[in-house]
Design a protein around this ligand. Structure first.
Ligand code: IPD
Ligand code: CA
Ligand code: CA
Ligand code: CA
Length: 269
């Protein structure tokens, strides 16, 4: 089985499990604050994905959100080390837990394979719509097996863009500041609740751009590859290339990347 086939199969299995538990009486806890929740289904999904990957690729490393690093420094060190792992699977078992808890469609499963820091495979599965976004390095991006491309929109004024609201004060403040700047310039803004889904929507031309501060590799690694393989551009919010330690991200159709950067870069975040 190829890496991509395994990632798709496992993302689908996890997504179906998550969907089957929607609306049931699952345990929900606050993690770092009232703004940051986790459910027993997040943990069950991560365990399922971890076990399935270990069955197929016993020698590969694994990094999942629900390992829950004790502090930022430990996470930073882990991600730094991940850059030299020959094979590491980076997994968000439910991206959009707040959507999931509220019963709002649009939560996703995100699985990426990085080899020495380079993302080789990315899949984002949306079980509410049964949509599978996938990409393999150098081989293009697909939605349910059909090739996808970013949008052709060339101005911010014609662009529908998206952002998200991180749980930590500093990064949420950064989003609020940037919204003040981007808001007046674009056609309209969405915050649909899953960073991975936003990136998949940029890759498939539904959105022209997505930016957010304070994300982690599990939120974005798969989506970064899917956008790049669909012809788009991804950098950090200061314009530097993506790497596994990037937290502040801008993914666009390419055409409006400079316009986004002209607004975001001067904020210096
Ligand atoms: C969150 C979602 C959300 C984004 C937050 C993330 P989680 O991930 O991607 O859209 O705004 O910053 O933390 O916790 O639901 O996996
Ligand atoms: Ca979370
Ligand atoms: Ca996430
Ligand atoms: Ca998550």
């Amino acid at each position: 089985m190829s890496y991509l086939e395994a990632a798709e199969r496992i993302a689908r299995e996890a997504g179906i499990m998550i969907k089957s538990k929607l609306g049931t009486d699952f345990v929900t806890e606050e993690k770092s604050s009232a703004f940051d929740v986790v459910t027993e289904i997040d943990r069950a999904s991560e365990q399922l994905i971890r076990e399935r990957l270990a069955e197929v690729f016993p020698d590969h490393a694994f990094l999942g959100e629900e390992e829950s690093f004790a502090n930022e420094e430990l996470l930073e060190n882990r991600l730094e080390r991940a850059k030299s792992e020959p094979f590491i699977w980076i997994v968000d078992p439910i991206d959009g837990t707040s959507n999931y808890v509220q019963g709002i469609p649009g939560f996703t499963v995100s699985i990426a394979l990085a080899c020495n820091g380079e993302i080789m495979v990315g899949v984002i599965y949306d079980p509410s719509r049964d949509d599978m976004y996938s990409a393999e390095k150098g081989k293009g991006a697909t939605l349910n097996g059909k090739p996808i491309r970013v949008s052709q929109v060339e101005t911010l004024g014609q662009s529908v863009v998206a952002t998200g609201f991180p749980s930590k004060k500093k990064t949420r403040d950064a989003v609020m500041t940037s919204l003040q700047e981007i808001g007046p310039q674009c056609r309209t803004i969405r915050a649909l609740g899953s960073a991975a889904q936003h990136l998949a929507f940029v890759a498939s031309g539904k959105l022209a751009a997505f930016w957010e501060y304070g994300l982690n590799a599990w939120d974005i690694a798969a989506g970064v590859l899917i956008i790049e393989e669909a012809g788009g551009t991804v950098t950090d919010t200061l314009g530097n290339p993506y790497s596994l330690t990037v937290k502040h991200i801008v993914g666009t159709n390419g055409h409006i990347h400079d316009a986004m950067m002209q607004t975001l870069k001067p904020l210096g975040i």
